[in-house]
Design a protein around this ligand. Sequence first.
Ligand code: 6PG
Length: 246
Amino acid sequence: MNPHPEVEIGSDARDAAERAGAELIAMVQSAAGDNRRVAIALSGGSTPKLLYDSLIERSQHEAIPWQNVDWFFGDERCVPPDSSESNYRLAHERLLEPLAISADRVHRIEAELEPPALAAANYERDLREYFRSRAEARFDLILLGVGAEGHTASLFPGSDALEETGRWVLSVKAPATYPTTDRITLTLPTINRARAVFFLAVGVGKQQIVHEVLTTTEPIPNLPAARVRPGPGARLVWFLDKAAGG
Ligand code: 6PG
């Protein structure tokens, strides 16, 4: 468990995203220097737009070895990939296509498959197959956001999925208040195996939940984002703007 997350507070949302982007690029460049591939899982929601725009901006001014990266997703809504609800669609339009990332480097969650349990099983099989060729079955970086009630990826408070210990990927139900309730998500053990986890949260609407997550002393809080505790040696970094950082 990483009891002491790093917290980086940017002057505004763009600065927070630029800081996260700089760390991601440094990780990619370092791995390329060691001739290592990097497995990155992208987060969902709308905040990643800021990060994607920052990465595109940086790529316009310097050569970044994106060919060393294999792209994954931390979660997905059970919608077609061209849906406005799709986390893949946002990443494809705002990052992967502009960077001309080849399709064989993008591991999309085929969340439109029915039933959702099949989509979860397929993605887990893809992950297990991919990591079979790697020294360790752990992402180099998992990007996450946080919801106002403390969810992260598609792990929601009170969900049985929070207690999963064996599976890498599950199909879950988001609360009925969400536009798409059927979801596919990485499990906590998979997230906590990562070498690095970056949260990106901006805006005053996230201030309360960020404070709760960063200050809770509960051993098993009912705040999924507070149960993201990567192992020893792993990095846990919260990239915030002043509004979210309080
Ligand atoms: C999703 C995300 C989810 C998201 C948070 C924050 O599929 O919705 O994975 O965990 O990161 O809900 O969303 P915003 O960035 O839109 O605030």
